[in-house]
Design a protein around this ligand. Sequence first.
Ligand code: NAG
Ligand code: NAG
Ligand code: NAG
Ligand code: NAG
Length: 459
Amino acid sequence: MRVYAVIFMLAVVPAFVVGDTPANCTYEDVAGEWIFEVSGYGGDNKIDCTKPGPVTYKLHVQLLFPDVAVDVQYGTKGFWTLIYNQGFEVVLNNRKYFAFSEYTQQGSQVTMNCSQTLPGWSHNVIGSDWACYVGSKVGPSKVHTVRKERRPDFSQMMYRNDKKMVEKINRAQKSWNATIYPEHEMYTVEDMRRRAGAMNGLGSSRPAPAIVTNQAKRAASSLPPGFDWRNVNGGQNFVSPVRNQASCGSCYAFGSLAMLESRLRIATNNSIQLVFSTQDVVSCSEYSQGCEGGFPYLVAGKYAEDFGVVEESCYPYEGTDISCSKEKAGCRRYYATNYNYVGGFYGGCKEELMRAQLVKNGPLAVSFMVYDDFMAYSGGIYHHTGVKNENLKFNPFEITNHVVLVVGYGVEAGSGEKFWIVKNSWGADWGEEGYFRIRRGTDECAIESIAVEAFPIYP
Ligand SMILES: *[C@@H]1O[C@H](CO)[C@@H](O)[C@H](O)[C@H]1NC(C)=O
Ligand SMILES: *[C@@H]1O[C@H](CO)[C@@H](O)[C@H](O)[C@H]1NC(C)=O
Ligand SMILES: *[C@@H]1O[C@H](CO)[C@@H](O)[C@H](O)[C@H]1NC(C)=O
Ligand SMILES: *[C@@H]1O[C@H](CO)[C@@H](O)[C@H](O)[C@H]1NC(C)=O
């Protein structure tokens, strides 16, 4: 994987490679004026952008609030969005541009220059003409240097359940139940971290939230009080079976492909029921970091649009960073299009909009923060309790950013508590037959901050 190659090249201590990319660029860092130096038009999607060639064109672009990109030379307007804190995508003059933000790592020190991108990919909207580019922001640049804490490394220690944590959670509240999952003790602390998402916490880099228009409010008010894609019109199920990601940080691939699987079932009234290969994404996508994480916008969306996905039987899941297998290229590829953040851009997500898009188009891939109490969830409507697993006190379970699939919502009879119905990828024995419910309407654990949708192309 080329993104990996970049990380390893720069990493003096390879063991330090954690999470998604270490870039942590905010909306304020990125909005403004940029020069994109484009090289090598006329390529196809096999183009290698790790070593961009001579510059053939300079695009001067202004990124304005909230999602407007302007070609400074010609005055044409397009679109842009931040992709969490990792980079940004611009769509302008019939071309798309995506790159990760620039960073370097030296030992425990990460230096990121949010005014610069790593080499990225540009192609025309139909994907027939690819080029590479590097972006630099005009004007004074802000460089963040972050020194990662050097904690003693207990990541290879076996994970240990905490009975007391479970008892405390169950005493503290009645809305959800915790239990002991003995199988969790088969994993190391590091495995559990990857299982929970691999990526660092959510929510810090959002621009000011968008205002929910009255129109969106009206659209949401006409929706049913409850909805579940597993049970539509008295029993039709449009959701593919629950899977298990094991100890690889591939939740983003499972959440993303589960959305495409389900939306394909919806589009074809269940006459096409495919399961897509998460290993293909883990091993072959340069838009994500294999078992170390990734984002649905770049997988269900960009990877599925630019490269397509294959069926599970073509490239079965192994749950490790095995290198991309070229002979798999012979398998039929399935594509998606019109990927977007609910609300239009990162920062625009709202509960009302999520419900409207869910009912209209199908399940949504969402991210949320996993704390250690969540690992013990066995049923009910989850909210974060703050109770910690004391057996991990030498290596507190870091907040991670996990990707899952929202398939429905409802209101609990009796308590009146509102919830989302969510498909996880920890096997069918976890939670409520592989699913969980979580508080709705309060952005619990940031679950209403970054919903993504994409539309599979009918094969
Ligand atoms: C950060 O990027 C900007 C834009 O390319 C550049 O002008 C600046 O010199 C870079 N800063 C550092 C410290 O590399
Ligand atoms: C990213 O930066 C924000 C401040 O801009 C900070 O609050 C947050 O903790 C940082 N996140 C990571 C993962 O470093
Ligand atoms: C969809 O499939 C169901 C179950 O097979 C069937 O009852 C229904 O008529 C179909 N709907 C359409 C629009 O074809
Ligand atoms: C918790 O478990 C108890 C005992 O099995 C059950 O009666 C109760 O309904 C559960 N509560 C929730 C919120 O699932």
